[in-house]
Ligand binder design. Structure first.
Ligand SMILES: [Cu+2]
Length: 184
């Protein structure tokens, strides 16, 4: 049996198709929903900074079949700019560094993690986006796992450029220009 599953968000519905076995999977469940002013770290980047007053909204949904969907919406960033974004391990602090490294599903034994086997969008939450002419943008990450009961990410960091994927640079996206604390 094939059923269409839709998850309402503030702006639209996220829809997917799920195949149901004899026993129906658990229904989709919203894990967390966070919205607010971004903590901005001005003057970090000549490429794409984060203006004061920029806002973000993050929602995490467990689909009920072992997957997790995380969405990011931003407003008030620089227009037509290519930002990187990821879930990081710690909440936002006074500097971008306070959020710590990227949160990983399978922890890379090497720090910093720039090995594409670990620093990739299946093992981390990558939410890169390009803003429109008004400075607004959105991104969605879909991963094949759910969050552990303890040790979840603490924030989403916005970086000055899109995320690199090559060996030795995987996961890097330049300066940290803004942050939203997200209790995932
Ligand atoms: Cu990051």
């Amino acid at each position: 049996m094939i059923r269409r599953i839709c998850v309402p968000t503030a702006s639209a519905a996220l829809c997917g198709v799920a195949a149901l076995a004899l026993a129906a999977p658990a229904p989709a469940a919203t894990v967390s929903r966070t919205a607010g002013d971004l903590t901005v770290y001005p003057g970090q980047s000549p490429v794409a900074d984060a203006p004061a007053g920029a806002q973000a909204r993050v929602q995490a949904v467990e689909t009920g079949d072992g997957r997790t969907i995380v969405t990011l919406h931003v407003t008030g960033l620089e227009p037509e700019a290519a930002y990187g974004a990821h879930a990081h391990v710690a909440p936002c602090g006074a500097t971008g560094a306070a959020a710590g490294p990227h949160w990983q599903h399978r922890q890379d034994p090497v720090t910093p993690s720039t090995d594409p086997a670990y620093a990739n969008p299946h093992n981390e939450l990558w939410l890169d986006l390009t803003t429109n002419s008004a400075g607004n943008g959105h991104a969605k990450a879909v991963v094949d796992w759910t969050f552990p009961s303890a040790g979840r990410p603490g924030s989403v960091i916005i970086h000055e450029k899109h995320t690199a994927t090559g060996t030795g640079v995987a996961g890097t996206a330049g300066k940290r220009v803004a942050c939203l604390t997200v209790p995932f």
